[in-house]
Design a protein around this ligand. Structure first.
Ligand SMILES: *Cc1c(COP(=O)(O)O)cnc(C)c1O
Length: 495
């Protein structure tokens, strides 16, 4: 962080590359050191690359208690998850065609699971409890005689909740079912020892532990190798499970990052725990703040909180000094606010009022204090504008119309001052995805001078075109039209 840059609080999205990692990678890319395909065993360049890769393989293995031969390098956790889910299900399709996972997995697990349905597999997604834990008994109940694979993440990327994969692994093993865990948010943050877990496959990625983006690994328990088939085909590298020339510099960086994480883990875990405490104390003091995933074990570096009466996207927009994520995934391809928070039973509004603050190695107490102060300021400001603190009924000469709300993706309230049958002033409040909020603002600005009969400045399709709202989001704008219609219904009688 420099003076002009925001405080980085998005470690769950990606972590800053450690300088020692960058230096090791730089050395691999310079001069004759940058040459050599690890498969070229006939000359010194190839053998040197291979040696470096094997050293890194040992470092990655050591972080999670695996044997080096159980590490398969991939392009990251997305690919590792795809390899485990698709590769294990397909390799075992002759034994059964049922797969179990959870509703709060990363898309990199949910999407390959969905893909399996197209291939004739049945799937069961277990719901978490309200705290975000996936109960081992619920997983047990989902198992069928034809279940071949269970995939449950170790740490959730949105709320930081740690799942009891020891118990889930035990029950899978007892039933002869393969078990995979996405540990992208866990490796390097928690002590993870695959030897003490009944695990067959585990995904990790370098860029969540201060390594480079674009490299990761799948742990494949030595006995589980025959239960996995590749998803890409080529030159036979990684014992045929993941062919392709190994990216030496990426893997070297990954190895150094794992080594650093392993050494610093106990001290960092305690230090980050204290930062999380400091952050939560500060946020809780604002009032009307709910921690998502509280009361259950969480990683210290993620805190997800919902703020009553505040819309998450507006909150983030008002916090230019912080780099963080909302809990909402509306701006991505997905239409849901946050399927993870919804799965916890949060209503749409609270799910859309959430921030994910994630921090790590380079985070300091003063960064946390800056964040708390900025969030306090913005939440206070937005609550003052929020209809939660004003009457739902209009005063004299006022028309209030609203639409959407609980269970809907958006909520809009318009407050119009009407004189002589026309709008003199329009205020609004909107929750929802940024498109809904933007369109409501645009419409509100155009209501002045309009009367009851011609209140709507155009149609949702026209608003969408003017404001470049993607076609698939058009349906969300209907709530703005509904709020206008509600205003018309409440129009004051003349006289
Ligand atoms: C980041 C993340 C992924 C995706 O990892 P990539 O290396 O970016 O593909 C998968 N699962 C979880 C839980 C993550 O946090």
């Amino acid at each position: 962080m420099t003076a002009s840059e925001p405080v980085y609080l998005d470690y769950a999205a990606t972590t800053p590359v450690d300088p020692a990692v960058a230096e090791a990678m730089g050395r691999c890319l310079s001069g004759s050191d940058g040459t050599g395909n690890a498969s070229s065993v006939t000359h010194v360049f190839g053998r040197r690359a291979a040696q470096r890769i094997e050293r890194a393989r040992g470092e990655v293995a050591a972080l999670i208690g695996a044997a080096p031969g159980e590490i398969v390098f991939t392009s990251g956790a997305t690919e590792s998850n795809n390899l485990a889910v698709l590769g294990a299900a397909r390799a075992n399709a002759h034994r059964g065609r049922h797969v179990v996972s959870s509703r709060i997995e990363h898309k990199a697990v949910l999407d390959p699971v969905k893909r399996l349905e197209k291939e004739g597999f049945a799937t069961t997604l277990v719901a978490p409890d309200r705290s975000g834990r996936v109960d081992a008994q619920a997983v047990a109940a989902a198992l069928r005689p034809d279940t071949v694979l269970v995939s449950i993440m170790l740490v959730n990327n949105e709320i930081g909740v740690i799942q009891d994969i020891a118990a889930i692994g035990e029950l899978c093993r007892a039933r002869g079912v393969l078990f995979h865990s996405d540990a992208a948010q866990a490796a390097g943050k928690l002590p993870v020892d695959v030897r003490s877990l009944a695990l067959d496959f585990m995904s990790v990625t370098a860029h969540k532990l201060h390594g480079p983006q674009g490299v990761g690994a799948l742990y494949v328990r030595s006995g589980a190798r025959p239960s996995l088939q590749p998803i890409v085909f080529g030159g036979g590298q990684e014992r045929g499970l993941r062919p392709g020339t190994l990216p030496t510099h990426q893997i070297v960086g990954f190895g150094v990052a794992c080594d650093l994480a392993r050494r610093s883990l106990p001290a960092e875990h305690a230090r980050l725990g204290a930062l999380r405490e400091r952050l939560w104390r500060g946020l809780a003091a604002i009032g009307g703040v709910h921690a998502n995933g509280e009361g259950v074990p969480c990683v210290p570096g993620i805190l997800n909180a919902s703020f009553e009466g505040v819309e998450g996207e507006s909150l983030v927009t008002g916090l230019p000094e912080l780099a963080l994520s909302t809990g909402s995934a509306c701006n991505s391809a997905s239409a849901e606010p946050s399927y993870v928070l919804r799965a916890l039973g949060r209503d749409t509004q609270l799910a859309q009022s959430s921030l994910r603050l994630s921090f790590g190695r380079f985070s300091l107490p003063e960064h946390i204090d800056v964040a708390v102060e900025a969030i306090r300021r913005e939440v206070t400001r937005l609550r003052a504008l929020s209809p939660a603190s004003e009457p739902a009924e209009g005063g004299p000469g006022e028309v209030v119309g609203e639409a959407g709300g609980r269970g809907r993706e958006a909520w809009v309230r318009l407050r119009l001052s009407v004189e002589d049958g026309t709008v003199k002033r329009a205020l609004f409040k909107a929750y929802g995805c940024p498109h809904t909020v933007a369109v409501t603002a645009w419409v509100a600005e155009r209501l002045r001078g309009r009367g009851r009969a011609d209140l709507a400045p155009g149609t949702p399709a026209e608003w969408a075109e003017t404001l470049a709202v993607p076609v698939e989001k058009l349906g969300r704008l209907l709530v703005v039209e509904d709020a206008l219609a509600d205003c018309a219904r409440h129009w004051p009688e003349p006289g």
